[in-house]
Design a protein around this ligand. Structure first.
Ligand SMILES: [Zn+2]
Length: 395
């Protein structure tokens, strides 16, 4: 699996990605967000019933799962046998929901199929040119469910418009009117959130930022901020920003931590090297009551799929397997309004991972799934699906 994923990623990584990743100083967020009512990928209506039997289902215990037309239609420890079912014998395996990655850049690295085959069912693009909205509408990111922010809103000459984001990944707002117009335009185009830059060079003034954030909230959009220092993270909290796009790198002070209690932070620890200060910040934010959302900054980071290095960093920050599962499943599903994602339940799309170990005990198992189904579509397999005669879809 790792070799296959590496090959797929090598093919997917373009020159721009290589350039983007060449300097950690340029690693940062981009700012697209997602619509709260994003639909799941279309299920394959032609597929017959698929039964996964004998696995340990996270949240349900040892049970069987029935999948019909891409949707979980039963979770039952004594599931009746359907006459025409295809049976996946999964005794000794664990089943977990496919992940939500709350920080990616898919315009940088066009690897939606590789992301999905690596166990990610939904992602939040936190920075891309506005063309992403058109392409998403054409389903070019299937089988991923993709929410997007569009360009990061910045001051004239502000981050990231003079660096990696000069080609439309940032949008300069010369004054208050321009900032409000940008929010309205992005909302009209289908942005699920608004992202603002609060670091690295000129930034919008406080009054403009406050008005922009109010406008986004009035449009039903959450606001993410690129803020890596303590003062920037504190300002973001004071202005009403909803989510930090990264775990800040500079040690956070008590007043900043208190501001972020009850709000959210996207981890992205490994994209910045998972240094001690960032790891300690994530631990402190969680202790203060912040919601932790798993995110990799894919595009700047390079693992297409669930990232084992991010999992390791989360473990160092004190998240156990259950907390990591929450950060990549129920927590982002609720935060972003991704109904049906992040849980294994009847009526939800069958987006799931077959794992060789219990991810509550061994979170690394999430990064090396034995098989991946996204909305019932088989995208990766190390044997259990092939043994049932199921072929994996090619990109
Ligand atoms: Zn980013």
């Amino acid at each position: 699996m790792d070799l296959r994923r590496s090959l797929a990623l090598a093919l997917a990584l373009g020159l721009s990605a290589a350039l983007a990743c060449s300097s950690t100083a340029s690693v940062s967020e981009v700012g697209l967000d997602l619509p709260s009512d994003e639909a799941a990928p279309p299920a394959d209506a032609d597929a017959g019933p698929l039964a996964i039997r004998g696995a340990w289902i996270i949240g349900h215990g040892r049970s069987d799962i029935l999948i019909e037309a891409g949707v979980i239609t039963a979770i039952d420890p004594a599931l009746p046998v359907h006459a025409d079912e295809v049976t996946v014998a999964a005794a000794g395996l664990w089943v977990a929901p496919a992940a939500i990655d709350s920080h990616v850049h898919l315009d940088y690295v066009r690897a939606p199929h590789e992301m999905a085959a690596g166990g990610v069912a939904a992602a939040v693009d936190l920075g891309a040119p506005e063309r992403l909205f058109d392409e998403r509408a054409r389903a070019e990111f299937a089988p991923l469910t993709l929410l997007a922010a569009g360009p990061i809103l910045a001051a004239t000459g502000g981050y990231p418009t003079q660096s990696w984001g000069r080609d439309g990944f940032g949008r300069e707002c010369e004054d208050l009117a321009a900032a409000l117009a940008a929010v309205d335009e992005l909302a009209d185009r289908g942005a699920a959130l608004i992202k603002v830059a609060l670091a690295e060079g000129p930034r919008l003034d406080d009054a403009t930022l406050a008005a922009l954030i109010d406008r986004a909230h009035a449009r039903g959009l959450r606001v993410a901020a690129h803020a890596l220092g303590d003062a920037d993270a504190r300002l973001a909290g004071e202005l009403g920003v909803d989510v930090l796009a990264h775990t800040p790198l500079e040690p956070l002070t008590a007043p900043t931590l208190a501001l972020w209690s009850g709000r959210a932070v996207i981890s992205t620890l490994d994209a910045f090297g998972a240094g001690e200060a960032a790891v300690a910040n994530l631990r402190a934010l969680r202790d203060a009551g912040a919601t932790i959302l798993y995110g990799t900054d894919f595009g700047n980071s390079q693992a297409a799929g669930i990232d084992p290095r991010e999992l390791s960093a989360l473990t160092r920050a004190g998240l156990d397997g259950a907390a990591i599962l929450a950060a990549m499943g129920p927590a982002p599903a609720e935060f972003w309004g991704l109904a049906g994602h992040g849980r294994l339940e009847v009526g939800a799309p069958a987006s799931l991972l077959l794992l060789r170990a219990d991810p509550q005990e061994d979170p690394q198992a999430l990064a090396w799934p034995r098989a991946v189904l996204i909305a019932g579509r088989p995208l990766a397999d190390e044997g259990p699906l092939a043994a049932a005669g199921i072929a994996v879809e090619e990109p």
